[in-house]
Design a protein around this ligand. Structure first.
Ligand SMILES: [Zn+2]
Ligand SMILES: [Zn+2]
Length: 401
């Protein structure tokens, strides 16, 4: 089959002779890929001498699967089931599915070369918190071959059936939405609540849709970039530019004062999601929430600690929590929101700015996305040529109008 194959740092190749994946375990599903998105993480892995997920030394094996490069990239995929192992009954041939690409302790059994002891499971996995597994890794990012290929194989528990109402190109956005969905779900978000989102990059934009999925009453986004603010507005949020006070000596105080004014009755937001990861956004998240409010850190921070005064949360009984990746439940949640319309499919479609075939995936996908970070949001690759290529020509580019 065809695939975009990671051989080592800065060495990804389009190949036409990748071995076809074969069902080897009674629990396997084989999926023909319709669409697979590429994201910021993929770009980092593609362009960096020191990738975060693939080992920098191509000879190193993944702990759970025992596999090593060459392996196909791609972890944001949708497709159609073409074959199932004899024990699989929750999906069948012909079903449209999305894949939860996380790989955790319970996957080890499927891989004879696994470096984990047989039956060994970390405590998080025992509690169902597979997103924070001690050994967690991701298909398409070094654990095993991913969806930038004609076909993909995994254990059936990673395949989630897509309701017929959802087109496969929209379904391919389930994985990037699941990160934000997990944050909103874990916050305990109550219907009718208000939300503040700090930062409208990929995760922040997806968080807007997911807050709507949880039937938020009022969503405010704080974002210094004008293009991102415009897009957040298109997704239905009220937007605020925190850079209006830059270089003012009371900058943060004024930003927090203005944000609070945008909250219901000026009393603060019920939930704040820090999708930026700066000391100022974290402090604004804490001080812009209502008493008893919840602050969720979704951002990935650098290694440097920050100053924080615990009384800011204690005297108002606020809660601070973190959110990491997703579980299969989040994929099901996003699909349910699409199906019932609480996340609007056509609004979500505006995330897709380009669709290319696999053959042009390096130039038209990875390099194109890297060179056009300001105008591109989601580039989808369609290995089996589903739908219309050059999607961006048939849909308005969101950042250019
Ligand atoms: Zn991704
Ligand atoms: Zn685990």
């Amino acid at each position: 089959m065809k695939g975009l194959v990671f051989h080592g740092p800065r060495d990804v190749r389009y190949e036409t002779n990748v071995p076809d994946p074969k069902i080897t375990s009674p629990d396997d599903v084989l999926v023909e890929i319709a669409y697979c998105g590429i994201c910021g993480t993929d770009l980092k892995e593609f362009f960096s001498e020191t990738p975060n997920f693939f080992p920098a030394n191509a000879e190193d094996r993944n702990e759970i699967t025992g596999l090593k490069a060459p392996l196909c990239m791609g972890h944001e995929m949708s497709g159609t089931v073409v074959e199932v192992g004899k024990n699989v009954n929750h999906v069948k041939v012909g079903d449209q599915v999305v894949i939860d690409p996380s790989v955790h302790c319970s996957d080890a059994a499927r891989f004879p070369e696994s470096q984990l002891k047989k039956g060994e499971t970390c405590s998080q996995c025992r509690y169902g918190l597979t997103n924070i597994c001690d050994h967690s890794s991701i298909a398409g990012l070094g654990a095993h071959s991913g969806g930038l290929a004609d076909k993909f194989i995994c254990s059936s528990k990673h395949a989630i059936v897509v309701p017929k109402s959802i087109p496969l190109e929209i379904a391919a956005l389930t994985q990037p939405l699941a990160v934000s969905y997990h944050a909103v779900r874990r916050s305990g978000f109550q219907e009718g609540s208000s939300a503040l989102i700090l930062g409208a990059g990929a995760i922040g934009s997806a968080a807007i849709l997911c807050c709507y999925g949880f039937k938020a009453s009022n969503i405010v986004v704080s974002e210094p970039s004008e293009v991102r603010r415009e897009y957040a507005k298109r997704l239905g949020a009220t937007v605020f530019d925190p850079s209006i006070y830059s270089n003012h000596e009371n900058e943060l105080e004024f930003v927090i004062r203005d944000l609070r004014k945008l909250s219901p009755n000026g009393e603060g937001f019920d939930y704040a999601f820090d999708c930026s990861g700066f000391p100022a956004t974290f402090q604004a998240a804490i001080e812009s929430t209502v008493s008893n409010g919840t602050i969720v850190n979704v951002a990935i921070w650098g290694a440097k600690p920050i100053e924080f005064w615990p009384m800011d949360i204690t005297r108002h009984e606020k809660k601070i929590m973190g959110s990491m990746c997703y579980t299969t439940e989040d994929f099901e949640g996003v699909l349910k929101c699409f199906d019932e319309g609480s996340i609007d499919v056509e609004t979500t479609r505006s995330f897709i700015t380009t669709v290319v075939d696999l053959q042009n995936g390096i130039e038209g996908g990875f390099q194109h996305l890297n060179n056009n970070k300001k105008t591109e949001i989601k580039v989808l690759i369609t290995p089996n040529n589903h739908g219309e290529l050059e999607y961006s020509k048939s849909y308005t580019k969101v950042f250019q109008n």
